[in-house]
Design a protein around this ligand. Structure first.
Ligand SMILES: *Cc1c(COP(=O)(O)O)cnc(C)c1O
Length: 225
C-alpha cells in the first residue's frame, strides 16, 4: 500500500521541475510541502525514506504524535502548520513547527508573540489570505491585509515571510496565484504558498514558491476529516 508513495512523490517533483522550466524559473525555485493530514504513518514513513523532508500538518495533536519520535530519526525534517490554529494552541505550535502558514487574526498574532518570547523559538510565519472572500473560510480579507501585516510587524514585532491562500474550489488558480503575488509584492513579502494536488503545476507556472500537496503523493485520504 505504501510502495507507490515514492513513485508518486518522484512524479510530483518531476512535474514541479517541468512547470518551473515552462515558466523560465530555476528548477529548484519551488518548495514542495507534503501534506500528511489523515494519512497513515506508514505513508509518511515511505515519503521520509524516499527523501522528502518538508511536511505540512493540519492538526497540532496529530502532528505531535506523529513527529515526536520521527524527528529524532530525521533531525532535518521541517514541519509546516497549514491548518487552522487556535490561540490556545499557540504554545504547542511554536514548540513543534518550523513554519506556521495560518496566521489569520490579531489574537493569534499576539499569542504567537508571547510564546516566541517565552520559548525563545521563532517559527517562520505566513499570513493566510482569503483571496476568494469566502465567508466560511479562514484568512484575512484582501482589503484588510495591509493593515493586518502592519499590525503584525509594528505592534507585535513579527516578521512575515510569506502569504498563504486556499482558493475556492473550481476557480481559476492562475488568477488567485497572480493576486496573491500582487498582495505579497505590495507588502514587501517574498514568498507565496498556493497550489494543491489538483492545481499545483499551474500555481508553479504563475509564481507559487511553496505548493502544498497531499493526495497526489499519499493517495486519497482514507478517513474523512
Ligand atoms: C489538505 C490540504 C492540502 C493538500 O490537499 P490535497 O488536495 O490533498 O493536495 C493543502 N493545503 C491545505 C491547507 C490542506 O488542508
Amino acid at each position: 500500500m505504501t510502495d507507490d508513495v515514492a513513485d508518486k512523490l518522484a512524479a510530483v517533483n518531476e512535474r514541479i521541475r517541468a512547470a518551473c522550466s515552462d515558466a523560465g524559473r530555476p528548477p529548484d525555485a519551488v518548495t514542495l510541502v507534503a501534506v500528511g493530514k489523515a494519512q497513515s504513518d506508514e505513508r509518511i514513513d515511505a515519503a521520509l525514506e524516499a527523501g522528502q523532508r518538508i511536511f505540512g500538518e493540519n492538526y497540532v495533536q496529530e502532528a505531535q504524535a506523529r513527529w515526536r519520535t520521527r524527528r529524532r530519526h530525521y533531525p532535518d525534517v521541517e514541519l509546516h502548520m497549514v491548518g487552522p490554529l487556535q490561540s490556545n494552541k499557540a504554545g504547542d505550535a511554536v514548540a513543534l513547527f518550523d513554519v506556521i502558514q495560518t496566521l489569520d487574526r490579531p489574537k493569534l498574532a499576539s499569542a504567537l508573540r508571547k510564546e516566541i518570547d517565552k520559548q525563545d523559538r521563532s517559527p517562520r510565519l505566513y499570513v493566510q489570505v482569503n483571496t476568494g472572500e469566502e465567508p466560511q473560510k479562514a484568512g484575512i480579507a484582501p482589503d484588510e491585509l495591509d493593515a493586518f501585516i502592519a499590525r503584525c510587524r509594528d505592534e507585535h514585532g513579527l516578521a512575515i515571510e510569506g502569504l498563504m491562500a486556499i482558493p475556492p474550489e473550481g476557480e481559476e488558480i492562475a488568477l488567485h496565484t497572480a493576486f496573491l503575488r500582487k498582495l505579497a509584492d505590495r507588502n514587501n513579502i517574498e514568498r507565496i504558498s498556493i497550489g494543491m494536488s489538483e492545481d499545483y503545476e499551474t500555481a508553479v507556472r504563475f509564481g507559487a514558491d511553496l505548493v502544498r500537496v497531499g493526495s497526489a503523493i499519499f493517495g486519497p485520504r482514507p478517513r474523512k476529516e
